[in-house]
Design a protein around this ligand. Structure first.
Ligand code: S3P
Length: 163
């Protein structure tokens, strides 16, 4: 099995669905945000002290550790911002876009203080969502709509893509 890269906007369920998928397929889960936190500390601190571009550099560094293993990789919402990341994921695995509506995301995230790019006003959030939507669509080998579906149903759909 090739690694499965889960991409999608903040709050689209990449970590939760990744966990369920791992159990189903009996493979490990890695989370690029968690890898960054383990090596460099909290994401909010990285953004505050070093800025977004340094965070993006760390993100690419972590992604490049993931090729070639049977695993699920849950990525940060901005992984698609760099073309080299998209090329890497496409080359090494199956890229699956978890496509959640803005409404579903907004109700899931609320006012989450731990996501620096969600901390802006609502028109900026919508602008980011719309811009990213195209990036996810272009990067994905497959898209799974997640609104009104159970975690189990979504994991099943992704598992079936492997067959
Ligand atoms: C980001 C999403 C976050 C995290 C960072 C930046 C983004 O991950 O990587 O705050 O640019 O969309 P989640 O998608 O897991 O929230």
């Amino acid at each position: 099995m090739k690694p499965i890269y889960l991409i999608g906007f903040m709050g689209s369920g990449k970590s939760t669905i990744g966990e369920r998928l791992c159990t189903k397929l009996d493979v490990p889960l890695v989370d690029t945000d968690q890898m960054i936190v383990d090596k460099y500390g909290p994401i909010t601190t990285i953004f505050q002290e070093h800025g977004e571009q340094i965070f993006r550099k760390y993100e690419t560094e972590m992604l490049k550790r993931t090729g070639g293993m049977e695993q699920i990789v849950s990525t940060g919402g901005g992984m698609v911002e760099r073309e080299e990341n998209v090329a890497f994921m496409t080359h090494h695995g199956l890229v699956v876009h978890l496509n959640a509506s803005m409404n579903a995301i907004a109700s899931r995230l609320g006012e989450d203080p731990n996501r620096p790019l969600w901390g802006k006003d609502s028109s900026e959030r919508v602008r980011l969502y719309n811009r990213r939507k195209d990036l996810y669509t272009e990067a994905a080998d497959a898209t799974v709509l997640t609104d009104n579906k159970s975690i189990e149903a979504i994991a099943e759909e992704i598992a079936d893509l492997q067959a």
